[in-house]
Structures are given as structure tokens and as C-alpha cells.
Design a protein around this ligand. Structure first.
Ligand SMILES: [Mn+2]
Length: 298
């Protein structure tokens, strides 16, 4: 669906900082890493749920030759309803553009929340390549199919309004979660994720995730690729399913996770925790990593 009005608003609302490069003192060299490729998705810029401080911090401390933005980067659904844009979200955009300037190849594979960008496939925006799906070849020669993944989501394909209701409910849960986090911090209590707990309770979400993973993997196998990289379900994962490697790079509204490839083609999930917006405590990260409990399709 082509709707560029909010995108134009976004460009109007976006005021990049003059100095795109942060002061060197802001970078902690111990936490700095270089990767061959970074995959991130489901950052949902334009929403309150977006962990923009953590994401900007991650981008500052992780460099790569190629950065894949695997969809739901800007939340058009949310921005159409209410404009929400912060300094931290500006910082995220600046960090991405700084990578473009530094020679990183940045490829944007749109998702369902930023589907407006699908009409611009094949174009360049600020040096960012827009493409609906891509094949990424790893350092060890594996061919990975890169796509957001919403096309496998029956709910989205057949009843869009239902997906929007789910989206609203999930947004509410995340906001409650943030309020609870603030209250617990005041009381000196450790972080506890309401939304993670809710998802844990929803058995359907578990089934949904497994089904999604299997369908995506099956389609990848039929295309003759060695693996697939997607996002969409906000559940980071690397596992072999049948004849292919399934990778999901997670999200930045809750788990603050990214998928990275090293110089040898080895793939790994990073979970990024920062002091200002702590979103992946050892406990919640362990829960998210070990169990199949995650999302309502988002
Ligand atoms: Mn999505």
C-alpha cells in the first residue's frame, strides 16, 4: 500500500544532528566490535516501544561492511495514528547515515510496518539501498535469503485489521511494561518484563513461532538457498530446520537483539544491554533465549 504522506512528515520531522559522528569519548573501546555483516529488524522507530538509546549505542559500538535493515525499521502504522519521534530516534538515523558515509553498504528490506517503502524497491535513499528481498552470501559461501517474513503470516495476509488490533494490544503491553520498569526501579526492584511474561503465558504465540519458523525454512529450502534471515516475529533464533539454517535477528522493542556474521561466516545473535534503557537483563535474556515464548505477530 503506497502511502508516502507520513514518510514526508518523517523527513520534515527528522532533524539530523550537525555532527553525525559522536565524540570519540562516547565510544567505549572495550565494547567496540567489527563484523562482516549486521542484520537488525523490528526497531519500530516512531513508537514509544522502540529502545532507541540502546539501538544508537549498539550502532555506535558495532561496525560492519554490510548492514541489513530487515524491515519494520520505521513504524508507519503507528506514525499514521500519532507522531512520536525523539532525540534518541534521531540519533539512530544519524548513526545509520554515519555508517553509509563511512562506506558501509546499507540495505533496507522493508517489512509490513514500513511497507510504504516497498514501492521504492531498487531505489537509493540517503545512500541506503531499498530492496524487497535479497540474497546474502556469507564469507564461507553460504547463500542466505533475506526477507522480513510477514508474507508468511496468515493473519496479516488475510485479515489486516486483526493484525492492527494485535499491534495495538502489544503496544499497550510494552507501555505498561515500561511504566512497571520505572516503578520497580524507583522501588529498587530488579527488572521484570510484563510483556515477556504475558507472551510466556500465551501458548498460541509459541505455536505461532514454531509454525512461522518451519514455513519460512521450508520455503527457503524449496528455493535452493542454504539459509534464511528474517525478522517479524520478534524472536531471535539460529537453528537448523530440515536442510536450511533459519536465522531471526530479533527486535529492538524488547529483546534488543541483532544477528551478526564474522569474517569467517560464523553467525551469532547479540543481545545489547545499556544502562539508560536496560532491556535485556540476564534473566529476561535467558527466558527469551531458552523458551519459545515470544510474540504476537508484530
Ligand atoms: Mn513485521
Amino acid at each position: 500500500m503506497a502511502d508516502v504522506s507520513f514518510f514526508e512528515n518523517a523527513l520534515g520531522g527528522f532533524a539530523p544532528a550537525k555532527a553525525a559522528t559522536p565524540p570519540a569519548s562516547a565510544i567505549d573501546t572495550i565494547r567496540f566490535s567489527r563484523h562482516r555483516t549486521i542484520f537488525i529488524s523490528d526497531t519500530h522507530l516512531g513508537t514509544r516501544g522502540c529502545k532507541a538509546e540502546a539501538l544508537a549505542d549498539f550502532l555506535m559500538h558495532n561496525d560492519c561492511e554490510t548492514l541489513f535493515l530487515v524491515g519494520d525499521i520505521v513504524d508507519g502504522w503507528q506514525l499514521k495514528r500519532r507522531w512520536y519521534w525523539t532525540e534518541a530516534q534521531n540519533h539512530v538515523v544519524s548513526e545509520i547515515l554515519r555508517k553509509v558515509d563511512a562506506g558501509t553498504r546499507v540495505i533496507f528490506v522493508p517489512g509490513n510496518h514500513d511497507e510504504f517503502a516497498r514501492d521504492y524497491a531498487g531505489r537509493l535513499f540517503g545512500g541506503i539501498e531499498v530492496i524487497n528481498e535479497a540474497i546474502h552470501e556469507t564469507a564461507d559461501g553460504k547463500r542466505l535469503w533475506v526477507l522480513h517474513g510477514d508474507r508468511f503470516d496468515g493473519v496479516i495476509a488475510y485479515a489486516k485489521w486483526l493484525a492492527h488490533v494485535g499491534d495495538w494490544a502489544y503496544g499497550m503491553a510494552l507501555r505498561l511494561n515500561d511504566m512497571l520498569f520505572a516503578a520497580r526501579k524507583q522501588l529498587g526492584l530488579p527488572y521484570w518484563s510484563l510483556s515477556a511474561w504475558l507472551k510466556h503465558k500465551v501458548k498460541n504465540a509459541v505455536e505461532y513461532i514454531s509454525r512461522f519458523e518451519e514455513i519460512v525454512a521450508r520455503e527457503a529450502e524449496s528455493r535452493g538457498v542454504d539459509g534464511v534471515v528474517c525478522g517479524h516475529i520478534h524472536h531471535a533464533e539460529i537453528r537448523r530446520i530440515g536442510g536450511v539454517l533459519y536465522h531471526n535477528d530479533g527486535d529492538w522493542v524488547e529483546s534488543c537483539s541483532a544477528l551478526v556474521e564474522d569474517a569467517n561466516g560464523h553467525m551469532e545473535i547479540l543481545r545489547w544491554a545499556t544502562p539508560p534503557q536496560r532491556c535485556a537483563t540476564p534473566v529476561s535474556a535467558a527466558v527469551a533465549g531458552k523458551s519459545k515464548a515470544a510474540l504476537i505477530p508484530a
